[in-house]
Design a protein around this ligand. Structure first.
Ligand code: PMP
Length: 986
């Protein structure tokens, strides 16, 4: 607690206390004085450091026996309160499952508290042992695990103190939330900024009104009353997230409201909230699970948090007004202002519902019913349109264009004279791209396009109020908010049920839209749209107007969780999904994806969708071809001939023969069979840390332990993995490592030579995609291809991930190494997600397969697949996507490298173009992979609107391989969000 004022009992307690606080100076005890005190009274000697304190003076000492803290306060401080603190610490330490707290260490004479004199001034001193760990204060972002752990910690401490009593707990304390009202009234006159003063006053009044009816139910007991981000100590978990498990600074321990303890904790979280108060909910849930709160306490939590925020900000504002140069206060004031601003950013009623919901204690609410709002309208003729992510209305439409909602309403009104939107719908039209916060997409209102002049009637009785754009009917159970209406009665009139309220307003272009919204809280102006995280609570507060409208205007709720469990019941388990709680994504646009709540994500991993999502030209081409013909390549049609010709033209000259299949696995499988057929041998070399597919042969040469933990022990005997030429973390590093890696291949080749079984070939990615986009050492492939060819083997370049323009600087990965392979395999991007794969090789190698019969793949090279393949090539050319990968990729790489200058966790940035890998390490010397951190960073990036996943054998590399249409703005958004995660925490 920054300021600890002890109020003087009796008389003008508060008044005295504030004056006293301003006048009190901190004990004048230097480090040398402290060293003497340590040695004289505790027999301790060691290194001394001062710890911060607003009013007391604290010194830490490091000794051979351990670390201790000497707490020095003024002699006139009530000793019984110090005794209470010590007794509380001992009491907690004696309880099972209580948090870590400091131990009280007696002085040489056996006393816990000593009275000492330093340069003629008298003090009281105590010694505590020092409990290690980090506070939460410096982490700007606190993840839900940390927030929940803090709540649980508070619950455990409150439980441990539940049966603690001590005479020193009955004290007057500025921070006691039972005193919040007089404290704020006292401080407010000194606040200079009139606007802030008014806001504090108003917030306090509203909070106090709500508390007054709940107070009688509050339980009282011994509470710490200052369990904040600053007063807990935490240890990092595997992912580097802080888990608080100890509590310090018992200076505010008091007999007070149990719920106030949690309110203080929650308020301290609000400056870590990024403006979103719902981040406190995991703390409340966790506290409640340990120490259940009663209903009144739960309902009181948010008003108490507002009161705490008001006390904090009013104290600092008053202090800064009195003492503008006080660095300590000015250092804290931004935090406190932020806490207050977040606390008042949402109505009390909304947070009350959110809290009750979070702990499963929100009962059913009454449905708001009444007379028909639109008595002249035949509701059976109303067309209800869907504006959610899955709505057909957005297919082939630029759904972010301004004015689209009105246009869709007008389009629908051509066939129906009334059209309605849906309540509770997450509108795609409200999606915001490249936003760290989810946009307010959820409609708490219903918009109706109606003939102008239609009568609108009062569904229930109430007082009429006029607002800027419309009117409010304040009924008994709810307020009805209407815009787009010309009111008939006057303001403040009492309106009877069924009485006309007004007529639908005529607007330019006949967009006569009546907006209807209900709100149970009558003293707020509810927002018409809220963000998905707030929607559930707001929908309780602003219920559906369906009963008043007389037709079903409720949007179906997304069923993402139950869909996921359906998927898990029937979709085979080895087929994993990204993320533990994945968003349900149902639409895409260029490099963006949108979930069913209208949350947009920047897709930074979709190496398959090179053109981007929802490409209209590709969709048209596919649609046209499906209408005409789809069959197999044993028929004669133009597209298969044309596509094969175009693929051959993309490859180096002698690779002029094409097989068309459906995936990368198939392409690699076929390539291996071709190598076997062409060489007459079977032994195949591949790289460790590689992935080539799931089919039997392509899996056999896949050695990545991230994909298959058993990969290294289960390779069939024809597979001969060689050392991974990983120039970042392999045994040979950086430039000049080529010879080492080639040397490492020699024993394998020499053994094959000795056995005399021959060598079929060698397969690898020419830029090491699976390891995170590392380039191979210079000249590596030249050497190894020569060694393989000298033994009659065939060189296969797996270009499934890195080829086809993604590298920007090269169309093919092998160009980077200056070699030409004998077989190229491609898939992924060549179909933009349509199942398409190809093998491009020489006529001689292709012909070698003839002896095994003919080759046929039912859908490989079908008319639809060939048309897709050609459309992808056309679009890549016309939209200059390889050039874009080069320019934007280079820009992005520079931005990511700059992060490496600031954050030691960034070990390296691999790759080129739009195939980049950012490798996280715990230590730049040992290169210990930061695996758990990478997973947590990916989860945090998802919250900030970025889809990113780990790759590499240690899953510690961000695989950055977005659609090739990635704009520079999107690349910057990704770099900004990553920077934010690295600096604010994850
Ligand atoms: N080769 C490489 C380098 C790959 O990355 C992959 C897929 N990740 C494949 C082959 C297999 O491709 P598919 O999933 O299309 O079968």
């Amino acid at each position: 607690m920054p300021i600890c004022s002890r109020l003087i009992p009796g008389g003008e307690r508060l008044e005295h206390a504030f004056l006293r606080r301003a006048a009190l100076s901190r004990p004048d005890v230097t480090a040398e004085d402290a060293a003497r005190l340590f040695s004289d009274h505790y027999g301790l000697a060691g290194q001394i450091a001062e710890l911060g304190s607003q009013q007391d003076r604290n010194y830490r000492i490091d000794t051979a026996k351990g670390r201790f803290v000497l707490k020095i306060c003024r002699a006139d401080y009530a000793t019984v309160e110090l005794e209470a603190q010590n007794a509380a610490l001992r009491h907690i330490a004696g309880k099972a499952n209580s948090p870590r707290v400091p131990k009280v260490i007696a002085a040489n004479n056996g006393a816990d508290i000593l009275f000492v004199t330093v340069r003629n001034a008298n003090y009281q001193i105590r010694l505590l042992d020092y409990i290690g760990g980090q506070p939460l204060t410096r982490r700007k972002h606190l993840p839900a695990v940390t927030v929940a752990a803090l709540g649980a910690l508070g619950g455990r401490l409150a439980l441990a103190l539940a049966d603690f009593t001590h005479p020193g707990l009955s004290r007057d304390l500025q921070w006691d939330l039972r005193n919040a009202e007089p404290v704020v009234s006292h401080l407010l006159p000194a606040v200079r900024d009139a606007d802030r003063k008014q806001r504090i006053g108003q917030a306090m009044d509203a909070a106090m009104r709500r508390l007054s009816v709940l107070k009688p139910e509050f339980r009282q007991q011994a509470i710490h009353h200052d369990i904040t981000d600053d007063n807990v100590v935490s240890l990092p978990n595997d992912s580097g997230q802080l888990i608080p498990d100890g509590v310090i600074d018992f200076g505010d321990v008091i007999h007070g409201w149990l719920v106030a303890d949690l309110a203080v904790t929650c308020a301290s979280l609000l400056h870590h909230a990024d403006g979103d108060p719902v981040i406190i909910l995991p703390a409340i849930k966790a506290f409640h699970a340990v120490f259940p709160l009663n209903e009144a306490e739960l309902r009181a939590l948010w008003p108490l948090i507002v009161a705490r925020a008001a006390v904090l900000v009013a104290s600092s504002e008053q202090q800064i007004a009195l003492d503008p140069d006080n660095g300590y206060v000015s250092g804290n004031i931004d935090h406190e202002r932020l806490i207050f601003d977040v606390a008042v950013s949402v109505p009390l009623a909304m947070m009350e519902i959110a809290i009750l919901r979070a702990v499963g204690q929100l009962g059913d609410q009454d449905v708001i019913t009444g007379e028909r709002l639109l008595p002249e309208i035949d509701v059976s003729g109303i067309a209800v349109i869907a504006l959610n992510t899955q709505s057909d209305l957005f297919d082939g439409v630029a759904w972010l264009q301004p004015g689209l909602e009105d246009q869709l309403l007008r389009d629908a009104s051509r066939e129906n004279n009334a059209v309605s939107t849906r309540y509770g719908e997450y509108r795609l039209t409200r999606t915001v791209l490249l936003s760290p916060q989810p946009a307010p997409t959820c409609a708490l209102c219903v918009d109706l396009l109606l003939p102008a002049g239609i009568s609108v009637s009062a569904p229930f009785g109430g007082i009429l109020k006029f607002t800027d754009g419309g009117l409010i009917l304040l009924g008994r159970d709810a307020a009805l908010h209407l815009t787009g209406i010309d009111a008939l009665p006057g303001p403040d009139d009492f309106i009877h049920p069924g009485q006309p309220l007004g007529l639908v307003k005529r607007t330019a272009g006949d967009a006569n839209v009546l907006r209807v919204q209900l709100c149970r809280a009558k003293d707020i102006a509810p927002p018409p749209f809220v963000s998905p995280d707030h929607a559930a609570a707001w929908m309780v507060l602003c219920p559906s107007p369906a009963k008043l409208l007389g037709f079903d205007c409720d949007a179906p709720m997304p069923q993402s969780a139950s869909l996921l469990s359906r998927r898990q019941s029937h979709f085979a388990k080895p087929q994993k999904n990204y993320y533990e709680t994945p968003p349900q994504i149902e639409r895409g646009l260029r490099e963006h994806m949108v979930d069913v709540e209208g949350r947009a994500y920047l897709d930074m991993v979709n190496n398959v969708t090179i053109l981007g999502h929802g490409h209209p030209r590709l969709a048209d081409a596919v649609h046209r071809q499906w209408q005409r013909l789809n069959t197999n390549s044993r028929f004669h049609y133009a597209s298969v001939a044309e596509f094969s010709e175009r693929l051959a033209a993309l490859a180096p000259e002698r690779l002029d023969t094409v097989f068309l299949v459906n995936s990368g696995s198939e392409a690699n499988d076929l390539a291996l069979r071709l190598a076997w057929a062409a060489s007459g041998a079977r032994n195949t070399l591949c790289l460790l840390e590689g992935y080539h597919g799931w089919s039997v042969a392509s899996d056999a040469v896949s050695t990545s332990i991230a994909d298959n933990p058993q990969a290294l022990t289960t390779r069939p005997d024809w597979v001969h993995p060689v050392m991974s030429p990983n120039t970042y973390r392999g045994p040979f590093r950086g430039a000049g490592s080529t010879a080492g890696y080639i040397e490492a291949v020699m024993p394998v080749l020499e053994k094959l030579d000795r056995d005399g079984e021959g060598l079929a070939g060698f397969i690898c990615e020419c830029v090491y995609g699976n390891a995170g986009g590392l380039p191979l050492p210079a000249g590596y492939l030249k050497d190894i291809y020569a060694l393989v060819r000298a033994r009659g083997g065939v060189c296969i370049a797996d270009e499934v991930q890195v080829g086809y323009g993604r590298l920007g600087h090269h169309f093919w990965g092998f160009e980077e190494q200056g070699v030409v392979p004998d077989i190229i395999t491609i898939a992924k991007g060549m179909g933009n997600g349509h199942p398409l794969g190809a093998v491009i090789t020489t006529k001689a190698i292709a012909d070698a397969l003839e002896k095994e019969g003919y080759f046929f793949s039912s859908a490989g090279g079908s008319p639809v697949s060939s048309v897709v393949g050609m459309a992808v090539l056309d679009i890549m050319r016309d939209e200059k996507l390889q050039e874009n990968a080069c320019v934007v990729g280079d820009h992005l790489k520079r931005r990511l490298q700059a992060l490496g200058q600031r954050f030691p966790l960034v070990g390296a940035v691999h790759g080129m173009g739009l195939y980049l890998g950012l490798e996280f390490v715990r230590d730049r010397e040992t290169l210990a992979p930061a695996t758990a951190e990478t997973a947590a960073i990916c989860d945090r990036l998802l919250q900030l609107g970025v889809i990113m996943q780990p790759t590499g054998d240690y899953l510690n590399v961000l695989k950055i391989k977005p659609p090739l249409c990635l704009s520079q703005e999107s690349a910057d958004f990704f770099a900004d969000m990553l920077e934010r995660v690295l600096s604010d925490g994850w």
